[in-house]
Design a protein around this ligand. Structure first.
Ligand SMILES: [Zn+2]
Length: 369
């Protein structure tokens, strides 16, 4: 292991990343260093970053130049002197979730509520995030990255690194679904079922005892692929064919689904969210994990009278990461449906500029440094 490494460095949004030789991180105190074998990539990342300040002005990107890469997996190669539960050679997923570790939220196991909460290798949630980027400057688009030990989830021997890069999307869907309460016997409406989060939620619904899945998206051929995952439990509807709420109610004797996940992307309309959430039954839960931004008009009287709960959910915690690894290891969640689209570091600019595949969330985009 040399003192330097190759990294894809972004100097300016809108310009190609440059492959550079930079200093390799070392493991301090409670940190580990991971040799990155695969790193998940947000589909069409270059376009997302180009539109960032318009779509999400309150989410700061790291100060440039920076090394991006949200969902890395690899092998621990060095541990800090205070690390006792993780050893070199461990195969791991590295969650990008970073927080201060010392505030009441962090101490309560709710790192997502920390006011330093930051996605390493992607974006921050408030101005404090640059403090985190200064401590952890590398995402997964490089050969080695340092990470705090709390960010590491050990993966099963049988899990490929490519599959492990999907844990970010899987975990986001999983943590959101757990916020709906006990899942066995429940019905779930997924708004955006053919995308990366939607496919993840579908697989998890099948694994956790959700008995009816109402899968909504636009593309009919992708919806058919979703339905084929479990034709007896999954019903599909194209949002181009009318009101989602009307359709779900027509399938549930007028009641609606027990809960809904919204996974729509940044360019989706708030009207689509508004329509779908009225397909949730009285007393149900509406959980947002999508990218739709803006002010949603909500009838407060409806919210009260129907005892509805509108919930925002961001990412997942490390314990949920371990639960996912076990769900996948056992075969309860079957990731063999994923089609990995792998590019090397030298091909990264082509990879991040690629238009989203026609395979929707069945595709999994990976950079292999
Ligand atoms: Zn904190």
């Amino acid at each position: 292991m040399g003192q330097t490494m190759r990294a894809a460095v972004m100097h300016r949004v809108g310009e190609p990343m440059r492959i550079e030789t930079v200093a390799r991180p070392t493991a301090r105190a409670t940190d580990v260093v991971v040799q990155v074998k695969a790193c998940g990539m947000v589909p069409n990342l270059a376009n997302v970053l180009a539109n960032w300040s318009t779509w999400y002005p309150h989410h700061p990107l790291p100060r440039l130049p920076a090394v991006f890469g949200l969902d890395p997996a690899g092998i621990v190669c060095e541990v800090g002197e205070q690390v006792i539960g993780i050893a070199p050679g461990d195969r791991v997923y590295v969650s990008p979730a970073r927080s201060c570790g010392a505030c009441p939220a962090c101490l309560g196991g709710e790192r997502t509520r920390c006011n330093h909460y930051t996605f390493n290798g992607y974006f921050g949630f408030q101005k404090n995030s640059q403090t985190i980027y200064d401590l952890y400057p590398h995402g997964g688009f490089c050969e080695y990255m340092a990470a705090p030990q709390y960010a590491v989830v050990k993966i099963a021997d049988t899990m490929s690194f490519n599959d492990a890069t999907r844990l970010g999307y899987m975990g986001t869907a999983y943590s959101a679904m757990k916020k709906a309460g006990p899942l066995p016997g429940k019905s779930m409406l997924i708004n955006g079922a053919s995308g990366t989060l939607g496919i993840s939620a579908t697989l998890l619904g099948l694994a956790t005892g959700v008995t009816r899945i109402f899968a909504v998206a636009r593309n009919r051929s992708l919806l058919e692929r979703v339905r084929a995952l479990a034709p007896g439990r999954i019903e599909v509807f194209s949002s181009e064919d009318g009101s989602v709420a009307d359709w779900v109610r027509s399938r549930t004797e007028g009641q609606g689904a027990d809960f809904m996940l919204d996974t729509l992307g940044a360019v989706a309309s708030l009207a689509a969210f508004d329509d779908a959430m009225h397909g949730v039954r009285r007393g149900g839960r509406i959980i947002n994990i999508g990218g739709t931004a803006g002010h949603l008009p909500v009838d407060l009287k409806w919210l009260m009278d129907e005892q509805m709960q509108l919930i925002g959910s961001v990412w997942f915690n490390g314990a949920e990461g371990y639960e996912l690894v076990e769900l996948i290891r056992s075969g309860a969640v079957d990731l063999t449906i994923l089609e990995h689209q792998v590019a090397g570091l030298d091909d990264i600019n082509r990879a991040i500029s690629g238009i989203a595949s026609r395979n929707g969330g069945f595709s999994n985009y990976v950079i292999a440094p």
